[in-house]
Ligand binder design. Structure first.
Ligand code: NAI
Ligand code: CS2
Length: 498
C-alpha cells in the first residue's frame, strides 16, 4: 500500500493544497501537535494560503512531551496528512493539508525548537497543549510552582520541559538579540486562554528573572481565542477504513466534523494570517462571551454526556445522545442551566446554538469516545460546570443537571463502573482523588464532602457552601441507588419549573 508523501499521485476524490509548498516559510511555531491542531489551526492556515498565495505563514509543529511517534510519521510523509470531514449525514470528504512544513520533538534536547522559536521569522507561537499543559491550579488559576516540571524549568531554564518554560527561554533569547517578541496564541479550552497563558509565562519568568517578567508583561501579546471543532482521537480502525477507501496509507490522518469555528482576539503586533477569509473564523475585540458560551454549553454538556453516558454503558457521544432521556436532559442542561447564565450579544440565539450542538453530537461519522472527554476532569470541570453552578447558587436557582454531572464525575473517578468493571482513568489529580475514595469508601457522603474540599478544583468557596455540598451529596447518593440511566431519566422527566 503506497504511503502519503509529496510524490504520491492522489486519487481525484481527494482535494489538495494549491500552493508551491517547497517555497513555504515558517512563520508559526506550534506546541502540542495533536489531532486538534491538525484539523483546526493548521487546516485554517492551509486554506488561507490557498486563497492568498502568501507563503510566509508555514507551520513548524512540535511536541514537547508525548506523541513522538506522530512526529516521526509526519516526517516520513513529508509532513503531509489528510483531514476527513464528515457532513451531518455521515458523508466523508478527504483532503490533504500542506501547511505544516516542519515537525520537531523537543526531548531530550530542546535546542532546535528553542532556536526555531527565537528565529525572527517566527511571529506567532500557538498552543494546544491540553488544560494540564499550563500547570495552573484549575480554580485559582495560579501557576503550580511546586510541580516537579515547573521546578525543573526554574532550576534549568536552558533545558525547559514545559511550554511556559520554552516560551520564557525563547523570549529571553529574542530580547537579548533585539528581536521583537512573537505573539502567543493559546487554542486550548481554558477560559480567557490568552490571559491565563500570560499568567503562567509571567509567573514562571518572575521566579528567575523579574526584569524579563516585566518586559514580557509590557511587550508580549497574548490574544485569547475560542476554538471549536470536534476532533476525536484517530483509531487504528479509522486508519484502516481510510486506507481501504483512499487506496493509500496515512498514519497521521485526522477525522473530524464539517463544522469549524474560530473566534480570535485581534491582537497580533507582528501580523497574522487572514484566517477570517475562511468560513467560521472571525477576529473580534473580546472573545469572552463566545468562550463562556462554548465552555458552558458545548464542553459542559460534553462532560455531562461523557461521565453519565459511560456509567450508563455507552461508549461514544453519538450513542449516548441517541438515547432520548440523555438527549432531553442534555438539552435541559444547555438551555435551562447553562444558557441562562450567559450574557450574549443580541444576535446570538442560544436555543438555536443548543440544537446545532445536539445535531453535531449525533454525527454518525464521529466516534468520539466518552472516555476521551472524561480525561483530565479535574482540569476541565471548573470552567465547564462550576462557574455556572456559582451563578445558580447566587440566585438560589435550580442546577440539578449540573449537580448530576458533578456527581457523575465523582462516581467515574472511583475507577469502577456500575457493573464493577475497572475504568481506565487519566487525570493529573488521580492519585489524590483515588486516595479520598479509598479513605471514605464506607461513607459516600463523606467522600463527596472530601472531594469538594479539594480547593484546587472547587476553590475556597464551594467547600464552605452547605447547599452546594448537600445538592451534590444527594445527586451522588441517587446515582449510587438508581444508576446513571435512571438518574438521567429522572432529570429528563422533571417539569421545567420544579
Ligand atoms: P491530542 O491528545 O491529540 O494531543 C494533545 C497534545 O497535547 C499532544 O501534542 C501532547 O503532546 C500535548 N500535551 C499533553 N500534555 C502536555 C503537557 N503537560 N505539556 C505540553 N504538551 C502537552 O489532543 P487534541 O485533540 O489535539 O486536543 C488538545 C487540546 O486542544 C484539548 O485539550 C483542548 O484544549 C483543545 N481542543 C480540542 C478539541 C478536540 O475536539 N479534540 C476541540 C477544541 C479544542
Ligand atoms: C471535548 C472537547 O475533549 C473534550 O473534553 O469536550 O475537546 C470538544 O471536542 C471540543 O471543545 C469541541 O470544540
Amino acid at each position: 500500500m503506497p504511503q502519503l508523501n509529496q510524490q504520491l499521485q492522489l486519487p481525484t476524490s481527494v482535494d489538495s493544497f494549491r500552493y508551491d509548498r517547497n517555497r513555504l516559510q515558517t512563520g508559526i511555531v506550534h506546541l502540542g501537535l495533536g489531532a486538534f491542531h491538525r484539523a483546526h489551526q493548521a487546516l485554517y492556515t492551509n486554506d488561507v494560503i490557498n486563497l492568498t498565495g502568501k507563503l510566509d505563514w508555514g507551520i513548524c509543529a512540535a511536541n514537547i512531551r508525548s506523541n513522538h511517534q506522530l512526529v516521526n510519521t509526519l516526517k516520513q510523509q513529508d509532513n503531509l496528512y489528510t483531514v476527513t470531514e464528515y457532513q451531518a449525514d455521515g458523508t466523508p470528504e478527504t483532503r490533504v493539508c500542506g501547511a505544516i512544513v516542519d515537525t520537531l520533538f523537543s526531548r531530550p534536547e530542546p535546542y532546535h525548537l528553542l532556536q526555531k522559536m527565537a528565529d525572527p521569522n517566527t511571529r506567532i507561537v500557538s498552543l494546544t497543549i491540553t488544560e494540564k499543559g499550563y500547570y495552573l491550579k484549575p480554580a485559582s488559576r495560579e501557576l503550580q510552582l511546586d510541580h516537579p516540571d515547573i521546578q525543573h524549568d526554574i532550576t534549568s531554564p536552558d533545558q525547559p520541559y514545559t511550554a511556559a518554560g520554552m516560551i520564557v527561554n525563547a523570549l529571553n533569547k529574542r530580547r537579548k538579540s533585539g528581536i521583537p517578541p512573537f505573539t502567543i496564541m493559546s487554542c486550548d479550552n481554558i477560559p480567557e486562554n490568552g490571559t491565563l497563558t500570560r499568567q503562567a509565562v509571567v509567573q514562571l519568568a518572575d521566579t528567575t528573572d523579574p526584569d524579563l517578567a516585566l518586559w514580557i508583561r509590557e511587550n508580549v501579546a497574548f490574544p485569547s481565542t475560542t476554538v471549536d471543532r470536534i476532533v476525536p482521537a484517530t483509531t487504528p480502525e479509522d486508519l484502516k477504513q481510510l486506507e481501504d477507501r483512499l487506496g493509500f496509507r496515512d498514519g497521521a490522518a485526522v477525522i473530524t466534523e464539517y463544522f469549524r469555528q474560530w473566534i480570535i482576539e485581534d491582537n497580533f503586533p507582528l501580523d497574522r494570517p487572514d484566517w477570517d477569509l475562511v468560513d467560521g473564523a472571525r477576529f473580534v475585540s473580546d472573545v469572552r462571551p463566545y468562550e463562556q458560551m462554548k465552555l458552558r454549553m458545548l464542553n459542559g454538556s460534553h462532560s455531562f454526556l461523557a461521565y453519565l453516558g459511560y456509567l450508563a454503558g455507552y461508549r461514544t457521544i453519538a450513542d449516548t445522545i441517541s438515547d432520548p432521556v440523555f438527549y432531553t436532559a442534555t438539552r435541559r442542561l444547555m438551555c435551562s442551566e447553562a444558557a441562562i447564565s450567559l450574557e450574549m450579544p443580541d444576535a446570538v440565539n442560544l436555543e438555536d446554538y443548543a440544537d446545532q450542538l445536539l445535531k453535531r453530537y449525533r454525527n454518525p461519522g464521529l466516534k468520539h469516545k466518552n472516555a476521551q472527554i472524561a480525561m483530565d476532569g479535574s482540569q476541565k470541570i471548573p470552567q465547564r460546570w462550576l462557574d455556572t453552578i456559582r451563578w445558580h447558587l447566587q440566585r438560589n436557582s435550580n442546577f440539578d443537571c449540573l449537580a448530576s454531572g458533578v456527581a457523575g464525575w465523582m462516581r467515574y473517578i472511583t475507577g469502577n463502573d456500575e457493573q464493577g468493571q475497572s475504568i481506565e482513568l487519566s487525570d493529573p489529580m488521580q492519585a489524590d482523588l483515588q486516595g479520598l475514595f479509598k479513605r471514605y469508601s464506607n461513607s459516600p457522603t463523606d467522600y463527596v464532602a472530601a472531594v469538594i474540599k479539594q480547593e484546587t478544583v472547587f476553590g475556597t468557596d464551594l467547600g464552605q457552601h452547605p447547599h452546594f455540598i448537600a445538592t451534590i451529596q444527594e445527586a451522588y447518593n441517587r446515582l449510587l441507588k438508581q444508576g446513571a440511566a435512571k438518574a438521567v431519566a429522572a432529570l429528563s422527566a422533571r417539569q421545567e419549573n420544579s
